[in-house]
Design a protein around this ligand. Structure first.
Ligand code: COA
Ligand code: AMP
Length: 647
């Protein structure tokens, strides 16, 4: 038996505890012979020209998968399935807010996508151009993404909960030739007009798109700006279907902006070839889903989960995918997910733990389950934040199917660690997303990049090269790619998560090592919020940190120090900074609470004691830091937090 890397050490440390699994065996092969392994996996994709080599490692840390190969991602997601599965549902749109459903077969979806690709082309969009999408959860979002892929254009989807300023930053970075949007989104019972937000963003941005194509929705039609805007309906009425344009495997498919440690988001780039290879493989190996089956990721197309598992993964694999417009609760009740599963015969579901916490809060006994036939459901996958054991056990108990926590990031595009049900069902350990998936050489290291023993917490890193489908670079910013991910631990990708690996190779992801927080499964930067708040005229200094929240996992909490002489009521200033974050970052930040304090607690060298403040707010045990410059300030903070129900 040859064991890979840390497993060998783990095996010799505790052979009686060691599990020799098919996952580990496959992972060993993928790491010892990545070219052989991924070369075989790549046979699952239809290529126009085959690769010159599987992996080009000549310019680390810039690795390129399948250089020289040509393909079209849209062809692989739609056209190639039409002959065999032309009448199978490819996409089911289920709107719990409008009580509407629409099913697109593979043939219909291919035709709609070809037509919209024709519409984009008639507005001058060609291979390599960027197209920005600011869309609610409607089929046109999926159609627009695939139409870009069909043309070899690069889409960049921006989540609807972001404010115009955030949208403007992305417009300036991606410099899109066209923007595709809709007149409105529907959040529960509220209609959110998108068009004014889009107009504001374009006013704010330096780069101006040539065209905006706006899907008019019945719930709220909007005015169009003459000379720039055209309605979706008019754009397709005059369009001719467009064929699939061959692109290089290494050409970008999309840019997805994600929070970095400053207010400036990172444009994660995804290539065409490696992405198609990896995602199609994960459908079968990670999720255990066969072509023809029904797969549902209850997320949003604005997030990576939506890209990978509402759109590309299921379609590349010939599945039926569900596009759900609604919430887990309130549309109309906590049985909404069960209704979708029963109505569409969902076999495998994916969502964030926060959605299950919301359901559990409303219907703790799961009594609404009795109203639905859940017999098709085989598994539930959770990601986006750590699955707390309570929620996981509740879901296991109520659904009676394996509930799998898996760990990944926008950057990786697919799971780094999972219980790969398509390979084998390993024993579940609550609190762990199980083993590293084939392709990922996950290690835990100390500050000097030395591996630490099993059970010891450190930085979670991945030995290079990363597998296909993970980010090859950041858009227009190779330097930031290197400095953010590749510099601190040479030879490794820094995940910016901390955790440990136990003696059996199970990985535990415990916290971020930077200022990123996870609010209802949405990734946000507290540094970005601090930048906004610091601009308030009365604020001298501020700190924002993520504190525990029963529903959303974490929520941001702000601490404000005011300029000397400010005598306005504190609550006015707090309301203003809350509004500033909402206006500049968006409602998705869920920044609703802040307190005014005399000073921020700091070490004698001036570092803010964020860890201690967070512990006080979270009501976890804390000790007076030996290096604190002024211990009294912590009493004031504790008092203020108690007054608003924290600490
Ligand atoms: N467009 C416009 N606004 C949006 C939006 C969108 N697409 N998505 C969210 N928002 C708004 C919400 O309306 C809310 O605004 P409010 O402060 O005025 O109420 C705010 O952004 C925060 O939204 P959210 O964090 O989603 O909170 P919520 O209270 O509306 O719902 C959950 C809480 C748990 C039900 C919800 O977050 C959820 O279903 N999560 C599922 C997990 C998920 O999709 N994760 C993505 C990664 S897998
Ligand atoms: P995003 O890029 O939005 O997908 O967020 C990625 C971050 O979410 C990771 O770096 C983790 O901090 C967190 N995360 C995602 N999935 C998990 C998980 N299963 N367990 C723990 N943390 C997770």
């Amino acid at each position: 038996m040859t064991l890979p890397f840390e497993e060998a050490a783990l095996y010799s440390a505790a052979p009686e505890k060691f599990i020799m699994s098919a996952t580990l065996e496959m992972r060993r092969r993928s790491l010892e012979d990545p070219e052989g392994f991924w070369g075989e996996v790549a046979e699952g994709i239809d290529w126009i020209t085959r690769w010159e080599q599987v992996l080009d490692s000549s310019n680390p840390p810039f690795y390129r998968w399948f250089p020289g190969a040509q393909l079209n991602t849209c062809y692989n997601a739609l056209d190639r399935h039409v002959e065999k599965r032309g009448n199978q549902a490819a996409l089911i749109y289920d709107s719990a807010v409008l009580h509407q459903r629409r099913t697109y077969t593979y043939r219909q979806l291919r035709d709609e996508v070809a037509l919209f690709a024709g519409a984009l082309a008639s507005h001058g969009v060609t291979k390599g151009d960027r197209v920005l999408l600011y869309m609610p959860m409607i089929p046109e979002a999926v159609i627009a993404m695939l139409a870009c892929a069909r043309l070899g254009a690069v889409h960049s989807v921006v989540f609807g909960g972001f404010a115009p300023q955030e949208l403007a930053t992305r417009i300036d970075d991606a410099e899109p030739k066209a923007i595709v949007s809709a007149s409105c989104g529907i959040e529960g019972v509220r209609v959110i007009e998108y068009k004014p937000l889009l107009d504001q963003a374009i006013d704010l941005s330096k780069h101006k798109p040539r065209t905006c194509i706006i899907r008019q929705r019945e719930s709220c039609e909007c005015d169009l700006t003459e000379g720039r805007d055209v309605s979706w309906q008019d754009a397709v009425a005059s369009a001719k279907p467009h064929g699939c344009v061959p692109v290089m495997a290494t050409d970008p498919l999309y840019i997805l902006y994600t929070s970095g440690t400053t207010g400036v988001p990172k444009g994660v780039v995804r290539d065409n070839g490696g992405h198609a290879v990896a995602l199609q493989w994960t459908m079968q190996s990670v999720y255990g889903v066969q072509p023809g089956e029904v797969y549902w990721a209850a997320s949003d197309v604005g997030w990576v989960v939506g890209h990978s598992y509402i759109v590309y993964g299921p379609l590349l694999n010939g599945n039926t995918t569900i596009l759900y417009e609604g919430k887990p609760v309130g549309t109309p009740d906590a049985g909404a997910f069960w209704r979708v599963i029963a109505d569409h015969g969902v076999n495998c579901m994916f969502t964030a733990p926060t959605a299950f916490r919301a359901i559990k809060k409303e219907d703790p006994n799961g009594s609404l389950l009795a109203n639905y036939d859940m017999s098709t459901l085989r598994s539930l996958f959770l990601a986006g934040e750590r699955s707390d054991p309570d929620t996981l056990e509740w879901a296991e108990g109520k659904l009676g199917v394996p509930v799998i926590d898996h760990w990944w990031q926008t950057e990786t595009g697919w799971a780094i660690c999972a219980n790969c049900l398509g390979i084998e069902h390993l024993p579940v350990k609550h609190g762990s997303p199980t083993l590293a998936v084939p392709g990922w050489d996950v290690q835990v290291v100390d500050e000097a990049s030395h591996q630490v023993p099993a059970g010891t917490t450190g930085a979670l890193v991945v030995k290079l090269p990363l597998p296909p489908g993970s980010l090859p670079t950041l858009w227009n910013d190779d330097d930031r790619f290197v400095s953010s991910y590749m510099t601190e631990f040479p030879g490794y990708y820094k995940t910016a998560d901390a955790g440990y690996i136990d003696e059996e190779g199970y990985v535990y992801v415990m916290s971020r090592t930077d200022d990123i927080i996870n609010v209802a499964g949405h990734r946000l930067s507290t540094g970005g919020m601090e930048e906004v708040i610091a601009a308030h005229a009365d604020v001298a200094e501020c700190a924002v940190m993520g504190v525990a929240d029963e529903l959303k996992g974490e929520i941001p909490l702000g601490f404000l120090v005011l300029n000397a002489g400010v005598d306005r009521p504190y609550h006015d200033i707090v309301s203003e900074v809350i509004q500033m974050v909402r206006t500049e970052i968006g409602p998705v930040a869920a920044f609703k609470t802040a307190i005014v304090v005399q000073r921020l607690p700091k070490t004698r060298s001036g570092k803010i004691l964020r860890g201690t403040m967070k512990k006080i707010a979270d009501r976890t045990e804390w000790r007076m830091p030996a290096t604190i410059d002024d211990p009294v300030i912590l009493d004031e903070i504790t008092e203020r937090l108690q007054a608003i129900g924290y600490a």
